[in-house]
Design a protein around this ligand. Structure first.
Ligand SMILES: Cc1cc2nc3c(=O)[nH]c(=O)nc-3n(C[C@H](O)[C@H](O)[C@H](O)COP(=O)(O)OP(=O)(O)OC[C@H]3O[C@@H](n4cnc5c(N)ncnc54)[C@H](O)[C@@H]3O)c2cc1C
Length: 416
């Protein structure tokens, strides 16, 4: 694999960038692998990367029914933060944050991680209490978090409207300065390139259609390109996890909902942080191309349509107008949707399943992009050792039997 550097850039510039090598291969599937990962989103690819890098397991295939990164990984609004309430989640997401902070160097691939700061607005007393509680909980876990009053919010993000006359006035916000955004495609591409370089086969346009299970142990997968045997099979298929788990006879506590986002026409830099409001249901950042990137909550109904309803967009733009009157004449350019896998406690499932050697990574709902490096790292550990890492142990399926739920509705319910 050629490394990216100022020298390789200069060398390739001399030949009009015609001679860059392919970033990963497109191999045919082998009849058998040590590990088959279903889904080449960020999570599946990161898992393959860390299996190879941290555990020396390289006889791995990542099977993708479409193109790599074409699921939620390539559709999300790229917010990265670690300010979750409970110790279990805070520590898990903070581990991911630490991996983000070195990811471009680790992968030798610019994932454009931009720690521009994330504001979570509070609009009522309930919000204020919950937010301050979360700031305190974060600080106890060594996670950076601050409480800002309305004037301080205005100072941090001057275009925000803090007028007391608005429908839900801004009463303050939590700020995580280390939070921000990253380039979602680059994350998938960087992990794919790194994993491929260590011998992992990334197989696109290959759909998993069934599981081979004998005596309660998974033996491989049936795909549109034929059967592939595997010692271990790991699901990382986000919105379609229930469908794939059903092939193994497993019913998961997951609902799949459409979640949409939209971008405006490109404009000059106006907002240099991420602003999120759970109460009025909108969040905004500005991409490097200048587009305003906006999203809201999930559509209420379940479905696999990968497009959302118009009324959600109407509501989110009305909220955006209240918070940022400046945007009132901005034209919206494009909207799209993904299918997110939501769990009843708004926390993910990462661990073993009742079928031996079959693993699950799912339930990330609206917020799994930020977890990508950490989820891949912990999932790789779980698969390699056949037991969860301390960081993901609380996120087993068993919690829905024991009742040890990790309720993150405040930090993750509609937020990202
Ligand atoms: C509009 C939107 C905005 C979002 N905003 C944010 C945000 O700001 N911050 C944040 O942290 N998170 C956000 N998320 C959530 C985040 O995108 C996801 O949680 C995360 O990307 C999940 O990654 P993944 O790799 O598990 O899933 P995916 O990228 O969806 O990968 C799963 C892959 O599995 C493949 N697959 C499914 N079934 C099969 C099969 N049978 N055979 C083979 N392959 C299969 C799919 O094609 C897909 O490529 C957002 C999501 C959406 C839709």
């Amino acid at each position: 694999m050629s490394r990216f550097s100022i020298f390789s850039l200069a060398r390739n510039a001399m030949s009009w960038h015609q001679n860059w090598p392919r970033q990963w291969r497109s191999p045919d599937p082998k009849p058998e692998y040590d590990v088959v990962i279903i889904g080449a989103g960020g999570h599946g690819l990161a898992t393959a990367y860390y299996l190879a890098k941290e555990h020396g397991i390289t006889n791995v295939a990542v099977i993708e029914k479409g193109w790599l990164g074409g699921g939620n990984t390539g559709r999300n609004t790229t917010i990265v933060r670690s300010n979750y309430l409970w110790d279990e989640s805070g520590l898990f997401y903070e581990n991911a944050m630490k991996l983000w902070e070195n990811l471009s160097q680790e992968l030798n691939y610019n994932v454009m991680f931009s720690q521009r700061g994330v504001l979570n607005l509070a609009h009522n007393l309930g919000d204020v209490r919950e937010s301050i509680r979360r700031v305190n909980a974060n600080n106890l876990n060594g996670i950076d978090a601050e409480w800002l009053n309305a004037e301080q919010v205005k100072e941090f993000c001057p275009i925000i409207n803090i007028s007391k006359d608005s429908r839900y006035p801004v009463m303050g916000a939590t700020l995580q300065r280390r939070g921000g955004t990253a380039r979602h495609d680059a994350v998938a591409w960087g992990y794919a390139r790194g994993a491929d370089d260590m011998g992992v086969d990334v197989i696109q346009n290959c759909e998993v259609q069934g599981m081979m299970i004998e005596n309660g142990t998974v033996k491989g997968v049936r795909t549109s390109l034929g059967d592939i045997k595997a010692k271990k099979v790991a699901m990382a298929c986000a919105g379609h996890t229930s469908v794939v788990a059903d092939m193994a006879g497993i019913r998961l506590p997951i609902e799949s909902h459409p979640l949409q986002a939209l971008v405006s026409e490109p404009m000059k830099p106006v907002i240099d942080c991420v602003v999120m409001s759970n109460a009025v249901h909108v969040y905004v950042s500005q991409s490097d191309k200048g587009e305003l990137v906006m999203g809201a909550g999930i559509d209420a109904y379940v479905g696999y349509s990968q497009r959302g309803s118009l009324h959600v967009i109407e509501d989110q733009l009305a909220s955006a107008m209240e918070l940022f009157p400046l945007f009132s004449r901005t034209r919206m350019m494009r909207s799209w949707g993904g299918i997110v896998d939501t769990c009843p406690d708004a926390s993910p499932i990462v661990g073993k399943t009742p079928v031996k050697n079959l693993y699950v990574n799912a339930g990330w709902g609206t917020g799994g992009f930020k977890a990508t490096p950490g989820a891949g790292w912990c999932y790789a550990h779980t698969i390699a050792k056949d037991e969860p890492h301390d960081l993901n142990a609380p996120f087993s399926i068993d919690r829905f039997i024991t009742g040890a739920l990790v309720d993150e509705h405040g930090a993750a319910g509609v937020a990202h």
